[in-house]
Design a protein around this ligand. Structure first.
Ligand code: C2E
Ligand code: SIN
Ligand code: SIN
Ligand code: SIN
Ligand code: FE
Ligand code: FE
Length: 363
């Protein structure tokens, strides 16, 4: 295990593992257990540095609960602020050591190796720490090894932070677009939020992946974005639409699709598909294309239910709000005609959760 060749082999193997795994937590966890093995350490933790609070919080802490510690204290704090590797051979006789954490965890720290995680601009983004090397002390060779692994950890964390920011930006843009459509339609932002939440709930219980659940929650609120292109005298009409007016109204599905579609952005792609399909019906009598059954995407089938339900319980220029029970009844009447029967079963099974969203986000 200690020959340079073996270590290289392990590192290469490790590179493959982290490329396969997806979430940041998974990546960091496999790094921590890998480091623990290669260093013969009892425990490894990875801390992420929170600049605003000047704190380190443990993303991965083998064998103990996640903790938050001040970055001005302890060996990990020294590594974070000095940006230099810290080796401690006898914790309780070392001025850098902060015994408070042992007191809360009941652990007895003896030896410590702590390596700072730095981003491209050499800013501290965290600390990788190993505790209690088996029978001996951490050496400079151990420090070099941990530094090597730490480079992987640092770039994984950096990428995750960038990805989070990107997602945040996308979510904001999407919500702004959704409220632009609402503004015209005088629908409330609570309506679009609820449609997102109902859709997410149905997606979850239908068994869609986490990524798809997240996607539909973000994309569903934009289903009516195409209403931006509908003249106010139709959109805001207090009475029933004429056949001719309704034909114009129906174009909002394709309009929304064309407005939102972006080949390169998975959220906007999902939003475009939902806009296009949210008025299709299970029996093939919907619009714009009269798609039938599973030819309508699962996103489209889910949002169709969430949208009608929420339109019914909401006030519209042309109608009063229906009661929760009456709206639920209509969905059941249209099971298998307008709506995917399997999804209505799921809706019925989760009616309590639906009601909770209804009450918490009342207009
Ligand atoms: P919306 O108000 O968001 O309604 C979405 C869908 O919910 C409707 O799609 C319909 O399937 C269902 N829905 C809404 N209110 C009722 C209702 O009182 N009874 C029943 N049975 N279902 C209801 P639809 O029909 O394709 O309409 C699309 C959009 O066209 C509506 O979106 C609304 O903006 C507009 N619209 C539809 N009918 C009228 C109307 O009579 N007057 C006006 N001013 N607008 C209408
Ligand atoms: C489309 O919106 O035209 C297709 C989008 C998709 O299938 O992802
Ligand atoms: C309709 O809304 O056109 C009727 C569909 C149904 O009864 O399910
Ligand atoms: C409608 O489309 O008129 C409301 C829902 C349905 O009857 O299918
Ligand atoms: Fe619509
Ligand atoms: Fe709507």
């Amino acid at each position: 295990m200690d020959s340079a060749e073996k270590q290289l082999a392990i590192l290469l193997e490790f590179g493959k593992v982290i490329n396969r795994t997806k979430s940041l937590n998974e990546v960091l966890e496999s790094m921590a257990s890998f480091a623990r093995e290669i260093l013969h350490a009892d425990r490894c933790s990875i801390f992420v540095y929170d600049k605003n609070r000047d704190e380190l919080w443990s993303k991965v802490a083998q064998g103990c609960v996640p903790i938050r510690i001040s970055a001005n204290k302890g060996v990990a704090g020294y590594a974070a602020l000095s940006k230099e590797t810290q080796i401690v051979v006898d914790a309780y006789n070392d001025y850098r050591f902060n015994p408070d954490i042992d007191k809360t965890t009941g652990y007895l720290t003896q030896t410590i190796l702590a390596v700072p995680l730095l981003d491209n601009q050499e800013n501290t983004i965290g600390v990788f720490q190993a505790l209690n090397k088996n029978k001996t002390i951490f050496t400079n060779v151990d420090a070099e090894l941990l530094l090597l692994i730490s480079n992987y950890a640092a770039s994984a964390i950096e990428n995750a932070i960038l990805y989070d920011r990107l997602r945040d930006t996308q979510t904001k843009i999407i919500n702004k677009l959704a409220s632009a459509a609402e503004f015209k339609d005088q629908e409330t932002s609570k309506h679009t939020k609820r449609v997102g939440l109902y859709s997410g709930l149905l997606a979850e219980h239908y068994g869609l992946s986490k990524e798809d659940i997240f996607k539909i929650e973000i994309a569903a609120p934009m289903h009516d974005a195409g209403k931006i292109g509908i003249p106010d005298k139709i959109l805001l009409k207090q009475d029933k639409l004429t056949d001719e007016e309704f034909e114009i109204m129906k174009t909002h599905a394709k309009l929304g699709h064309d407005l939102l579609f972006d080949e390169e952005n998975e959220y906007l792609k999902a939003a475009a598909l939902i806009a296009l399909e949210h008025h299709e019906k299970w029996d093939g009598t919907g619009y714009p294309y009269g798609k039938k059954g599973e030819n309508i995407s699962i996103f489209g089938r889910i949002v169709a239910i969430a949208d009608v339900f929420d339109a019914l319980i909401s006030i519209r220029p042309y109608k009063a709000a229906w009661s929760f029970e009456k709206a639920h009844e209509l969905l059941q009447q249209c099971q298998g005609t307008h709506f995917d029967p399997a999804l209505i079963d799921i809706f019925n099974k989760n009616i309590k959760k639906i009601h909770t969203i209804y009450q918490e986000l009342k207009d």
